[in-house]
Design a protein around this ligand. Structure first.
Ligand code: PEP
Ligand code: MN
Length: 355
């Protein structure tokens, strides 16, 4: 069982939430200093800024690289903040450390690649620096834990994880689906590992940040990493999801940190899991109805009757047997299946009626 240190950086308040803030990217020295000054004035202790930016498509702003590291050094020496950057290669680690960066994080695209994580881990061997590991872009908890193990095996004990949501093909409300049950399960497996929420990359829109921060606090997350920029609309990357230091301050001040007892805390987290599961159920049902309507279209074009009773019997029998094996009641399953089937038939009848 891996055991982790609970204090990631000395002198930063131990009470929840730990706050890391700063722009998606270090764009210019002025932008870095202006943003950092405003954040420091509002009590933010840890400044984030991307220096090497993995962009989904070429042509996006890929960061200023080493050139930006002296700016972060200024943030540290002039404003007394800790600095944090994303690293994806051994060279990044070396360069960041040579400018006394205080904290490193591994980005979502890097976590998804064990070769890259191992390269970073090897470069960290023998170092003592806190490392935050973002979840991989895909919802694969073992891959995430695997990355934690690689960094742990390099001897690093100040490790935290960042939940930044998971990519999905159909983007709806969120840029990256929260799938809260995944970090909740991670916490169950590794209870001493600090978990930080990244509402900026989950939401993709600044309007969602406040509620995501609150949700993370209600789920007992340890901290928040929020993208904050002195002029968010003009940001060179992730412009729509960044907030000014003033807005960040407002969001943090309105957060309700519930000092709940263990039992209500776990009740909240269980309820969150139920919400998440119901959501998945609804999405699955909607998908099933769409497929069923396509079948209706096919039957119409081929002059087939809607009700194929042999197929219907098979479905009921197989599913009920399967449900029983999964520990569910057969009568309950029949009720659900009959209701779903009735609605499918009604949908197909609608299609038949259309001309
Ligand atoms: C970032 O933090 O700016 C970033 C690139 O995030 P992610 O790796 O979560 O996409
Ligand atoms: Mn970003």
């Amino acid at each position: 069982m891996m055991e982790f240190e609970s204090i990631l950086l000395p002198g930063v308040d131990a009470k929840r939430p730990l706050i890391i803030a700063g722009p998606c990217s270090a764009e210019t020295e002025e932008q870095v200093m202006d943003t950092a000054r405003k954040l420091a004035a509002r009590g933010i202790k840890i400044f984030r800024a991307g220096v090497w930016k993995p962009r989904t498509k070429p042509g996006g702003f890929e960061g200023n690289g080493v050139m930006a590291l002296p700016w972060l050094k200024r943030v540290k020496t002039e404003l007394g903040m800790y600095t944090a950057v994303e690293v994806a290669t051994a060279a990044h680690v070396r360069e960041a450390l040579s400018y006394d960066v205080d904290m490193l994080w591994i980005g979502a695209r890097t976590t998804a690649n064990p070769f890259a994580v191992q390269e970073v881990a090897d470069a960290l061997e023998g170092m003592d620096i806190p490392v935050l590991i973002k979840n991989p872009v895909n919802p694969d908890l073992d891959l995430w834990i695997g990355a934690v193990e690689r960094i742990y095996n390099a001897g690093i004990r100040r490790i935290g994880v960042i939940h930044r949501g998971f990519s999905s093909f159909d983007k709806k409300i969120y840029r990256n689906l929260p799938q809260w049950h995944i970090p909740i399960e991670l916490h169950r497996q590794l209870p001493t590992l600090p978990i930080i929420c990244d509402p900026s990359h989950i939401g993709g829109k600044r309007e969602l940040i406040a509620s995501l921060c609150q949700q993370a606090m209600d789920l007992n997350f340890d901290g928040l990493i929020v993208e904050s920029h002195c002029n968010p609309e003009k940001a060179w990357s992730d412009a729509s999801q960044q907030v000014t230091p003033e807005v960040l301050d407002f969001i943090l001040n309105t957060l309700v940190i519930r000092d709940t007892t263990q039992s209500t805390e776990s009740l909240a987290s269980l309820r969150r899991q139920i919400d998440e599961l119901d959501n998945s159920l609804l999405e699955l049902l909607a998908r099933r109805m769409r497929v069923s309507r396509e079948i209706g279209q096919y039957k119409k074009e081929h002059n087939m009757p809607i009700l194929q009773s042999q197929r219907y019997d098979e479905i009921i029998q197989n599913r009920v047997a399967q449900a029983l094996q999964m520990g569910m009641d057969t009568e309950f399953m029949k009720t659900v299946l009959v209701a779903i089937h009735e609605e499918s038939v009604r949908n197909q009848q609608e299609i038949m009626k259309q001309d």
